[in-house]
Design a protein around this ligand. Structure first.
Ligand code: BGC
Length: 425
């Protein structure tokens, strides 16, 4: 859990006030300018191809409905919120919260901001907007704590996706691997042909954690994978060790410059055919589409090895911080974000599927339609790399251990670090 200071130096009354001169005329109260436009600051980490387009499409819908409100797009670059989350912590601690901010449903929302008492419950808002039956219960649960709802989901991303360059696969007569054995066979063929089998961009360590969690899921299965986060399965279980060995072997097939690239740069290798595969959430689809590629022709997808029938759920959500002075304006935005129109403007560009159950399926391509079906029928699991499975403290420790693991591949040491970190779960 992120520890937040109980109070901050910026609170009202803490600023030094100049003593008034004896004969000064009474100070005039500053008059609020009535014609000043209300503003709304939206804080996120959506700056890349696809994700930024999604955000701008959503803002566009909002602007059409509320021309009287000025939107400030306060996005901070860095995948999975690498930089944005740090900026957010310092703003929240400094008593300067953005009007609303991107936060993953699950532990990231509930065990940090909600637990620290920084968020306003939205139950009345859900009632007033008639939203209670418009989201799957699994999502409502991810944004709720002790019976209160604290944010509005805008999407559902799938984490366990293997993306591949369709043309490279067709030329070499390869099929998307469904098991780890198939993965390594395909990877060997690609290597022989001089093509990097697996693109990785772990300049930000979360991408390696993302790959690792997909291997854990595939090797352990959804039930045991879920037990890792509740403490019912220890990280020194034999299966976790085997999964870590599989992961280490996968790292033998990645691009040499992996530590100099971010997730977009890794996806780019696949888009350009320099690498054949990449494991990434379906924001990579937003990236491919944003670059003009087409699913089925330029790129293909499959669940990551051994994870058919399983769906790692990542939901981006927005809530109402306590210490803001424009809650009604924020609620206007949340209403648009929660609407069918808002979600269907955002998600086709973002690569995600709508969080709402009644969105317009026809706005989504074959990937989106398949993801919607899979979400309904698959075993759902939380994501470690994207904040739903475990608290930020644990995620940070795993990412730190990952930096060393990717270069040293010392399985036993890595497991020891996971076991030690799991004491925080
Ligand atoms: C978010 C996505 C985002 C991705 C890359 C994930 O944590 O949920 O919305 O596109 O990170 O930045």
């Amino acid at each position: 859990m992120i520890m937040l200071a109980a109070c901050s130096g910026n609170e009202a009354g803490s600023d030094p006030v100049e003593p008034a001169e004896k004969n000064d005329p009474p100070a005039e109260k500053p008059v609020e300018k009535e014609d000043e436009k209300a503003s709304l600051e939206i804080f996120s980490w959506w700056t890349g191809a696809g994700e930024e387009e999604g955000l701008l499409a959503l803002i566009d819908v909002f602007n059409q409905k509320h021309p009287e409100i000025e939107v400030i797009n306060a996005a901070v670059a860095g995948g999975a919120g690498t930089n944005a989350k740090a900026v957010l912590v310092s703003r929240m601690q400094g008593g300067d919260p953005p009007s609303t901010f991107q936060v993953h449903g699950g532990a990231e929302l509930n065990e940090s901001w909600v637990a620290a008492g920084k968020m306003t419950p939205l139950n009345d808002f859900f009632d007033a907007e008639g939203l209670n039956d418009k989201f799957p219960q699994e999502l409502i649960d991810l944004v709720s704590k002790d019976g209160n709802i604290y944010s509005v989901p805008v999407n559902i991303h799938r984490g366990n996706v293997l993306w591949y360059n369709q043309k490279v696969f067709d030329e070499l007569n390869l099929k998307a691997p469904t098991t780890f054995d198939e993965f390594f066979k395909v990877a060997d063929t690609l290597k022989e042909k001089g093509i990097t089998p697996l693109a990785l961009g772990d300049k930000e360590a979360w991408t390696a954690t993302h790959l690792y969690e997909s291997v854990l899921l595939g090797h352990l299965g959804a039930a045991d994978y879920g037990k890792l986060w509740t403490g019912d399965l220890s990280f020194d279980d034999a299966k976790v060790k085997e999964a870590t060995e599989i992961f280490a072997k996968m790292l033998d097939y990645v691009n040499e410059d992996h530590s100099a690239r971010n997730w977009q740069d890794a996806a780019q290798l696949v888009a350009d055919g320099e690498a054949a595969m990449n494991v990434m959430g379906d924001w990579a689809k937003g990236y491919f589409d944003g670059r003009g590629l087409k699913v089925g022709t330029d790129y293909g997808w499959a669940p990551t090895p051994n994870s058919n029938g399983m769906f790692v759920v990542i939901t981006d959500t927005f809530g109402l911080p306590n210490e803001i002075d424009n809650p009604e304006t924020v609620k206007e935005f949340l209403a648009v974000l929660a609407s069918v129109e808002g979600q269907d403007a955002f998600n086709p560009k973002k690569g995600s599927i709508p969080a709402r159950v009644d969105a317009d399926v026809e706005k989504y391509d074959e990937y989106g339609k398949a993801a919607m079906e899979d979400f309904k029928t698959n075993d759902l699991g939380p994501s470690l790399a994207h904040g739903s499975a475990a608290n930020e403290g644990f995620v940070t420790k795993v990412n730190d251990a990952m930096v060393m693991f990717v270069t040293q591949k010392n399985v036993d040491h890595f497991i020891e670090q996971l076991v030690a970190a799991a004491k925080d779960l």
